[in-house]
Design a binder for this molecule. Structure first.
Ligand code: GLN
Length: 487
């Protein structure tokens, strides 16, 4: 029996749309109905605009009927993390600070999705200002993992991963500063790719840590990831950090690049703290690649032990600077209790930001302050260079690296109350951001209790086509993505 419409891939749905056996309005209605049915138990959305989605779908059908060229995203409902600007829709970053903010413009990725014909659908929950690993830091309440609603969906893009796993969108976008696409993808059993730093424009993305942030897709299959990535990648003169790279046809390349590849196993990623069920699933994936004729080599990334410290210095430093703009004057929450202008800054920020965001701003201000700048921030920048060099050295011998995405499966809501315990969830993902590399998480099985496990593949800079092909080779031979959570 074919899967319900809302569980199908972009590739399958676009074939039906092209054949005329399905309309964008029908598909969008199926997604809206599904969202109504499951949203009370998942809470993936901060807001959604059904009328707007249906109008976009009708416009898509009209374009198709008029014979306009229709790409694979024509008529496909795609949800966006609530840190990506959509004109005339709320943009909250899951913060009280922006609770009433409506975006006056589209992010570049939004514009590109619109041009590709996608139906922009819903504002998805996340940790406040993308700071967190569980979506519990949202000012609007946590999102639940569709595989077990007592557990977190990962974070910070937990609304994006949960909505997709639950069938509330056909694909979604998230952002990844230290793992926020890959880790929630792993927790929810979907594909998530963090592209190379600079591949995708950050114009219209609410900034957390600008030297680390990247937007990327969540999809059901690697082929779908290739489709969405191709639609949103490319240089943008509105983001000076976006790179002038040639964008290949990622989907077409999937069929052309067949390996065998040389794959590295970084020994530092298989140590203490790794859940044995996850370790076993990843070992099986490695055995699969070996059986396919890939050369498997152990490699070393000797500075891995410094990744967490380096990340939490650089990310918080940049966050403290980026979040200085929320001053209660220009936009966002403004306190009604202020006595004078200085008090207005204090009160607005005290009332508008949640605890984790405040912690990061304080930490970041500290590491940037005179006297500590050299000891912390400057030193962290130097260590960052060493971390990047570790990866580039490994890439002299191998084409990509294989690791677990997360050391643990989805944990219970409320289980990790200690911030450090939460930060430790990111140990396998943050090095990739510090080094500016592309990384993808693909489903690689389930724990005995039925929680999804993610396999991380890390590629060479701007070699997304290779990375996707390597991931696709694994996906082809496994059918993890045919399973859906029972809601
Ligand atoms: N969990 C990490 C953090 O809290 C990563 C978040 C992200 O990638 N946006 O900073």
């Amino acid at each position: 029996m074919p899967a319900e419409l809302f569980h199908q891939s972009i590739a399958d749905l676009s074939a039906q749309l092209s054949a005329g056996s399905l309309s964008a309005v029908e598909l969008t209605k199926a997604v809206l109905a599904r969202t109504r049915a499951v949203e009370p138990s998942v809470h993936a959305f901060n807001s959604c605009d059904e009328a707007d989605a249906l109008a976009q779908a009708a416009a898509s059908d009209a374009r198709r009927a008029a014979g306009q060229a229709a790409g694979p995203l024509e008529g496909i409902p795609i949800g966006l993390k609530d840190v990506i600007a959509v004109k005339d829709q709320p943009l909250t970053a899951s913060s009280k600070m922006l609770a009433n903010f409506v975006s006056p413009y589209d992010a570049t990725v939004t514009t590109k999705l619109r041009r590709a014909g996608a139906v922009i659908w819903g504002r998805l929950n996340c940790d406040e200002f993308a700071m967190g690993s569980s979506t519990e830091n949202s000012a609007f309440g946590p999102t639940c993992n569709p595989w077990d609603v007592t557990r977190v969906p990962g974070g910070s893009s937990g609304g994006s991963s949960a909505a997709l796993a639950a069938g509330e969108a056909i694909a979604t976008l998230g952002s990844d500063t230290g793992g926020s696409i890959r880790q929630p993808a792993a927790f929810c059993g979907v594909v998530g790719i963090k592209p190379s730093y600079g591949l995708i424009s950050r114009y219209g993305l609410i900034a957390y840590a600008s030297s680390l942030d990247q937007i990327g897709p969540f999809t059901r299959t690697v082929e779908d990831a290739a489709i969405v990535l191709g639609a949103i990648a490319g240089h943008d003169e509105r983001d000076s950090t976006s790179f002038k790279a040639e964008i290949p046809d990622y989907r077409a390349e999937l069929g052309r690049r067949r390996g065998p590849w040389r794959l590295g196993i970084p020994k530092e990623y298989f140590g203490e703290g790794l859940d044995p069920e996850i370790g076993a699933a990843v070992e099986k994936a490695i055995a699969f690649y070996k059986a396919q004729g890939c050369e498997i080599r152990e490699v070393s990334l000797p500075h891995t032990q410094y990744c967490l410290d380096t990340y939490y210095i650089i990310a918080t430093a940049e966050a403290s600077s980026n979040l200085a703009r929320y001053d209660g004057i220009r936009y966002g929450h403004r306190s009604k209790n202020a006595k004078d202008i200085v008090d207005l800054y204090f009160q607005s920020r005290a009332e508008g930001f949640g605890a984790e965001v405040k912690r990061r701003i304080i930490l970041g201000t500290y590491v940037l302050s005179s006297g500590y700048y050299d000891a912390y921030y400057l030193r962290a920048q130097k260590v960052r260079t060493l971390i990047r060099r570790d990866f580039l050295n490994a890439y002299r011998e191998v084409d990509a690296l294989i690791t677990p995405t997360s050391p643990i499966p989805a944990f219970k809501i409320g289980e990790k109350s200690d911030p450090l315990a939460m930060y430790l969830c990111d140990i396998y993902t943050i090095g990739v951001n510090l080094a500016g590399l592309p990384g993808i998480s693909v489903p690689c099985g389930f724990t005995a209790s039925g929680l999804p496990i993610g396999l991380q593949l890390i590629g060479q800079p701007f070699q997304e086509a290779n990375l996707l092909s390597i991931a696709r080779a694994y996906e082809r031979a496994h059918d993890w993505n045919s399973k859906h959570p029972k809601l």
